[in-house]
Design a protein around this ligand. Structure first.
Ligand code: COA
Length: 134
């Protein structure tokens, strides 16, 4: 991937490119596509009314190139996405997992909610910042 200034943001950690999404100014409801050399993620800074908790960052998809799965790249991409989320002011992260990836999210320290938003998917959350901390 050719890296250029337009893929960089002050709030995106080193090695995580913004392929699509707002520039330095954004608000709740903002949507980004971010990625590194092994995969990408589609993410949303949720509007509070759509989220279980206020200040929630939602991962719509995270995908590692098929031939590169199982080598730790999902974990490293996820860690960068979590840092990105913290940098945009997130306190919680939320996902709706396919049944076959619940184990991955558990490894990333997500816990299952007892609420279903999408049939056949498992809603999971993780607190990534203590309340009120900078
Ligand atoms: C899910 C996905 C992103 C994981 O990426 P990956 O590079 O294969 O994962 P990693 O190698 O970094 O694995 C990290 C840890 O999670 C575990 N893990 C990975 N996928 C898992 C799965 N489907 N179920 C259970 N555990 C899983 C690994 O064993 C590893 O554990 P360890 O650190 O204790 O050894 C990747 O498999 C993928 O792109 N899948 C297709 C798209 C998808 O389903 N995305 C998720 C929902 S949007």
């Amino acid at each position: 991937m050719k890296v250029s200034e337009r893929h960089m943001r002050s709030y995106s950690p080193m090695g995580l490119l913004v392929l699509r999404g707002p520039k330095e100014e954004y608000g709740k409801g903002a949507h980004w596509v971010v990625g590194d050399e092994h995969g990408y993620a589609e993410v949303i800074l949720m509007k509070d009314r759509n989220a279980v908790h206020s200040d929630t960052f939602y991962i719509e998809h995270i995908v590692i190139r098929e031939q590169e799965r199982g080598k730790g790249y999902g974990r490293t991409l996820y860690a960068k996405v979590e840092e990105f989320a913290r940098n945009v002011g997130t306190e919680w992260m939320q996902i709706d997992s396919e049944p076959e990836t619940v184990g991955f999210w558990k490894k990333m320290d997500y816990t299952e909610l007892d609420r279903v938003f999408y049939k056949d998917k498992t809603a999971m959350v993780k607190r990534v910042r203590a309340p009120g901390s900078p």
